[in-house]
Design a protein around this ligand. Structure first.
Ligand code: ADP
Ligand code: MG
Length: 704
């Protein structure tokens, strides 16, 4: 049965070796299974038949029925075109071809009734359809009105005549043969409970729906199935871990109490306390903790992570924190070091740029157990990095690490898996969290420390620069400090070159005009091309308050914490993604003073950019912002999520299918709770499906 769907696409009628190679390369279609799951991305409405006198150019596409009375070749050489004078009983219409004239004249016959489909244009009083699709009117074609599928294609394919019509033919061909091989993949109880149509119906109707209702039913069914199996696997993974992986038991709270009594720099917020309790409950039970800690910028995740580390260290284990970039790792190190020093615990930083001669003692201290906390980048994953007893792995990832990398950290303790705490600085929507981190428990810090005033955000056009400068002046005069941020691509992973140079020029020009506008104000500048010493020196001056304005690129996104800074000005704000804007804004509002964020853009903005600006102005809530981001960009483009295979979805859309996802997860959970091993007869459909997709599952190979 599975063998049928494993058949190479090459053997499908009309394909052959050359087209098969093209389909593989351009669309990733290798087998029958790939083709049948190559779903349309939109549908043309061919359920409606227009009369010629109803057709006007405002319609996206029309279908009409009639005859071509005569053909006429108009113009010469490159301007040559073929006009087919077409009509029905209500009036005339022109069909126009600029290419393939000979072919059309050979295939299309005058005085024969055709169904014609195309996009109407108007030239003067004449309505025309350029390069229309024609189909001879037969009993079957007249009856077979449907929503016509439009498939994802590439230019290269079109150039080689593998066009939509061709794909439609292939799908029809394949469906005919495939139907007997399509087995139901969801148990009857779920179909019934969630009113889902059968797999067979769904596959037919997703490609060739006769009307909107059929299409919706097909989508609903296939989305549910996709999300159900993702959730089932994630929940199963979690169950297995809870059952099989013994967690280290950290119940000694003496160290924690010392910290609480003598070194806590501020009272914890209720949300911080709750999260600490959740983590302690995990860590003392003997189950391995796998927890995601979500919290908005400035919500105070660092101290929570430190408290969690204290639990591990208090029971004679070690803790590590891995961050995705060097700057982030440094920042974490500096923040944690304050607390660690107060407690007399040794802490070290290990990144790609740690010198060889410094590494050896570090490795030794780590292996002897003398070093309690290690902060760093991917460098932590290196072979030579061996812990005496790793008890807690904290991962600050902004969704940049895949599950596989996370699991490599677990291997660092050979006796028992360490507890794992994943922190995300950018809150992500629930749907995304449930899919990216569906195998984890989730804790949320949904409260900012007391006394913070919400940041006031405005959006200004370039033309308002004088007013903006006047505002900067008033804030500087009041003793505050100001950030002015420019976009600049500076990650080495990105292709450097022209845009980078241009960005740097903008930054330098900006710096110049700021120095001209504020000749008497000390100003710092920091960007990625500077030597790290120079950068640190400039940063330090700003932190100490010696400079009042910091002109910078996004390095400061994760860099410094200056409570006296009360204004964040973001130049070319349209070039930043929403979550990045939100992160940048989080650099201010850390002190007691009212803070401001000014987004400066060009007057001309795309609809998406406008929506981003509006959202920033409207809300300070990171969760809300991430929801909008998800809607605007789709999950694949949210900060770094591309690397997570869990998002290669065929049909479901995490930005929109929240309701289906919730249902699918609940259904998966209920089934696993009753029958964790899936041995019940009514769950055999599920078991078969999981087993058969194990071989081919791309997404999950990285997890297991
Ligand atoms: P994030 O969640 O963005 O990592 P941090 O842990 O860096 O936030 O905390 C942001 C700032 O708030 C830091 O300066 C930190 O010392 C401070 N902070 C954290 N928790 C509290 C609290 N409960 N009360 C007052 N200030 C706090
Ligand atoms: Mg932080």
């Amino acid at each position: 049965m599975a063998a049928f769907f494993d058949t190479s696409i090459e053997y499908l009628k009309g394909v052959g070796p050359q087209r098969s190679a093209l389909l593989q390369k351009e669309l990733g279609i290798f087998t029958y299974a790939d083709l049948i799951q190559h779903y349309p991305f939109r549908y043309e409405d061919r359920t409606k038949l227009y009369k010629v006198n109803e057709v006007d150019e405002s319609l996206a596409s029309v279908q009409v029925k009639g005859v071509i009375t005569r053909f006429e070749v108009v113009g010469t050489a490159r301007k040559k075109r073929l006009v087919g004078h077409f009509q029905d009983d209500t009036g005339p219409l022109e069909l126009v071809w600029f290419q393939g004239i000979a072919w059309v004249l050979e295939k299309i016959k005058p005085q024969v009734e055709y169904l014609v489909f195309g996009k109407p244009n108007r030239y003067g009083s004449v309505i025309s359809l350029a390069h229309p699709e024609l189909e001879p009117l037969t009993a079957a074609s007249e009856k077979g009105k449907y929503l016509y599928p439009v498939y994802p294609l590439s230019e290269k394919l079109r150039a080689r005549h593998v066009d939509n019509k061709f794909l439609v033919k292939l799908q029809q061909e394949l469906l005919k043969m495939a139907l007997p091989h399509l087995r139901e993949t969801l148990p009857a109880s779920l179909l019934h409970e969630h009113r889902l149509i059968s797999k067979k119906e769904a596959v037919i109707q997703i490609h060739f729906p006769r009307h909107e209702g059929q299409l919706l039913a097909a989508q609903q069914r296939l989305k549910f199935e996709e999300l159900f199996y993702i959730q089932l696997r994630l929940l199963k993974l979690k169950l297995v871990r809870q059952d099989k992986f013994k967690g280290l038991i950290f119940s000694d709270t003496a160290l924690l109490n010392t910290f609480y009594k003598h070194h806590l720099p501020f009272p914890l917020t209720e949300a911080q306390k709750r999260v600490v309790r959740e983590m302690y409950a995990d860590m003392k039970t003997g189950h391995q903790m796998n927890r995601l800690l979500q919290g908005d910028v400035g919500s105070g995740k660092t101290i929570v992570a430190f408290i969690c580390a204290l639990l591990a260290i208090g029971s004679h284990a070690q803790a590590c924190l891995m961050a995705p970039t060097e700057i982030l790792a440094q920042q974490h190190y500096h923040n944690l070091k304050k607390y660690a020093d107060a407690m007399g615990l040794s802490i070290a930083l290990l990144t790609g740029s740690t010198k060889r001669k410094d590494r050896k003692p570090l490795h030794e201290a780590l292996q002897s157990g003398e070093l309690k906390i290690l902060v760093g980048t991917h460098a932590l994953l290196e072979e030579e990095v061996k812990f005496h007893k790793l008890g807690l792995a904290i991962i600050d990832e902004q969704h940049r690490f895949g599950v596989a990398q996370r699991s490599r950290l677990w291997q660092k303790n050979s006796e028992a898996y360490p507890h794992v705490l994943v922190m995300t600085a950018t809150p992500i929507p629930r749907t995304l969290a449930m899919t990216l981190y569906g195998d984890l428990d989730i804790s949320v810090i949904d409260e900012l420390p007391k006394g913070r005033k919400p940041i006031q955000t405005t959006h200004q056009y370039d033309s308002k620069r004088l007013q903006v400068n006047a505002f900067i002046r008033s804030q500087v005069d009041a003793g505050r400090q100001v950030y002015i941020v420019y976009p600049l691509i500076e990650e080495p992973a990105l292709p450097a070159g022209r845009s980078e140079k241009l960005d740097l020029k903008h930054l330098m020009d900006g710096y110049e005009s700021v120095t001209r506008a504020f000749p008497d104000v000390p100003i710092s500048i920091v960007h990625g091309q500077m030597k790290s010493k120079a950068k640190d020196w400039e940063m330090a001056r700003f932190v100490k308050g010696e400079t009042k304005i910091m002109v910078a690129t996004t390095v400061i996104e994760v860099g410094v914490d200056v409570p006296n800074a009360s204004v964040m000005i973001i130049e070319n704000a349209e070039r930043f993604g929403l979550s990045q804007l939100h992160q940048l804004r989080g650099r201010v509002g850390r002190g007691a003073e009212q803070s401001y964020c000014i987004l400066i853009t060009d007057y001309k903005l795309s609809a998406d950019s406008r929506k981003r600006m509006e959202t920033m102005v409207r809300t300070n809530n990171g969760f809300e912002i991430s929801e909008v981001d998800l809607h605007l960009r789709g999950p694949g483009d949210l900060m770094g999520t591309q690397q997570s295979g869990a998002l290669d979805l065929l049909i479901a859309d995490l930005g929109k299918d929240t309701a289906i996802l919730e249902k699918a997860r609940a259904a998966a959970k209920a089934i696993l709770e009753q029958d964790p091993e899936l041995t019940w007869p009514q769950h055999q459909t599920i078991k078969t499906q999981i087993d058969s997709s194990k071989k081919t599952a791309i997404n999950w190979s990285r997890i297991s």
